[in-house]
Design a protein around this ligand. Structure first.
Ligand code: ADP
Length: 487
């Protein structure tokens, strides 16, 4: 094991099932690599069908006791977990940077962001209010109860190895559900580390299980087809989300889907351009462009097109690219070779179709197989380019120009995705009109940063459904039952 932290207990290499880190029979394992230098940093137990079934059984066995606790009791335990995560912030961030690549300061931000869901839902656990409805007949009384859906399975991605897990586990546990988490095969260490702290916080065995595997399809099949699992919560790519939904159909499982985005970032002539640049850098280049809410297509009104493009280039020249563990680095490596190849293909396609690479456009050191990609700006982008319709997932900003409000709304909505959108402008009546016309689940107005625990995160169209965070987030883990009582 090549990881060094202050609290060595946080480094685990086996799946967490029924309250124990279980060795795999036969010793099947897979390697976890640091994307900065491709060094193997850990070898992790590789679960298959048998372990997935064991985890589901553990979650099912733990369900009755966990759901019968009061909301206040569950809240107390979740609060302890929250405190422990904050106390171990540096170690958790280090593990995260080493397996995922993002800059250490950004990783610390993710640990705090991830923990904030636990704090938030620890509070919400106390407020799972039902309803009373005036009866439809004189002798009828109607009462609405909200009850935990039961065992939940969560499948999570590598881009936020901590927060995408807490965002699902915290509301599930607060609601009284138990859960099996299958983290990404690229970042299982962060998931295991927070399981250690869950155990320390007193979350009972079986309530949270972490199934590590590089056989995602096999384990995914078990999680989606088990009759014991009542809900799937998935964050990841749209094709995998669609496949999981198909698999869930057989048992008519509840599902929450946070799928891919294709965010427009619109800059109107009357925008504060410096503020727009700041928002663009935050939205586009955070996590090396690997978030589902990253600005994907910049639409800039003709009058400010040149100014915006030049200022964006000046801003990204200052972003240091390198090892996330090095102080001052703003952009770490992409997650794997496949991701770099995809970005290279999109940039090449844009170049062939008339795009001008104003800055960047290649690996940092083109002669190596490094996963570092230069922050890039492409001007003269057009809707015939792949970057118009595909999620880039890299630090590349294609800039399209437009003339009118109607035109840009049509362009922005011309996609199957509907996760996040952003726009900058100062005319108030236009702000309302544009905000209402954008077919997206989230709209940032004069800001490039929209993710927060207190607001409902989620998309429309093929970006999925369900909401995470906020007062709405717990609803995805609750069933409604109504009692009709004749007196
Ligand atoms: P990304 O492109 O961001 O890696 P994926 O959708 O491939 O997105 O991965 C998100 C999560 O889905 C990961 O945990 C991955 O292991 C899992 N996954 C990928 N393919 C499948 C599958 N066929 N069944 C279940 N889970 C899957």
């Amino acid at each position: 094991m090549k990881l060094k932290v202050n609290n060595p207990r946080l480094i685990q290499s086996n799946p967490y099932i029924g309250g124990k880190f279980l060795g795999i029979n036969g010793g099947d394992s897979f390697l976890v690599h640091n994307p900065f230098d491709n060094e193997a940093i850990a070898e992790v137990g590789n679960c298959g069908t048998k372990e997935a079934e064991l985890a589901i059984k553990a979650a099912n066995d733990a369900l009755d006791t966990w759901k019968s606790l009061t909301g206040i009791e569950r809240s107390t335990i979740l609060h302890r977990w929250y405190e422990l995560i904050l106390r171990n912030e540096d170690d958790l961030a280090r593990i995260l940077t080493l397996e995922q690549g993002k800059p250490f300061e950004e990783a610390k931000g993710e640990i705090r962001y991830g923990a904030s869901f636990i704090e938030w839902f620890a509070e919400e656990a106390k407020r799972v209010y039902g309803d009373t409805i005036p009866g439809h007949q004189q002798n009828k009384r109607i009462i609405v109860l909200k009850q935990p859906v039961g065992v939940v399975a969560a499948i999570t991605p590598w881009n936020f190895p901590n927060a995408m897990i807490t965002r699902k586990v915290a509301p599930a546990l607060a609601a009284g559900c138990t859960i099996v988490v299958k983290p990404s095969e690229l970042t299982p260490l962060s998931a295991l580390a927070i399981a250690v702290l869950a155990d320390e916080a007193g979350i009972p065995p079986g309530v949270l299980n972490v199934v590590t595997t590089d056989r995602a399809a096999e384990v995914g099949k078990v999680l989606t087809s088990s009759a014991l699992v009542k809900k799937i919560s998935f964050t990841g790519s749209t094709p995998v989300g669609k496949l999981l939904l198909e698999q869930c159909a057989q048992t008519v499982k509840k599902a929450s889907m946070e799928l891919g985005g294709n965010a427009p970032f619109i800059v109107f002539d009357d925008a504060d351009i410096d503020a727009a640049i700041e928002g663009a850098v935050a939205s586009k280049y955070r996590n090396a462009g690997q978030t589902c809410v990253c600005a994907n297509r910049f639409f800039v009104q003709q009058g400010v097109y040149d100014e915006f493009s030049h200022k964006l280039v000046e801003a990204i020249k200052k972003l240091k690219v390198g090892n996330g563990m090095e102080a001052g680095v703003a952009i770490g490596p992409l997650i794997e070779e496949k991701a770099v190849k995809l970005v290279e293909d999109l940039v090449k396609d844009a170049g062939e179709k008339g795009g001008e690479i104003m800055y960047g456009g290649k690996r940092l050191d083109a002669s190596t197989d490094s996963l570092l990609y230069e922050p890039t700006v492409i001007t003269k982008a057009t809707s015939g380019m792949k970057v118009f319709s595909q999620e880039i997932f890299g630090p590349v900003a294609p800039i399209f120009s437009f003339e009118t409000e109607e035109e840009v709304i049509q362009l922005a909505n011309d996609t199957t995705a509907g996760l996040a959108a952003y726009f900058y402008g100062s005319n108030h009546s236009r702000i309302w009109k544009v905000a209402e016309a954008l077919e997206y689940g989230m709209v940032g107005i004069n800001t490039g940063m929209i993710s927060t625990t207190v607001a409902p995160f989620g998309g429309v169209k093929e970006s999925g459904y369900g909401r995470e965070g906020s007062k709405y987030g717990i609803e995805d883990y609750l069933n409604i039952k109504y009692l009709c009582w004749e007196i």
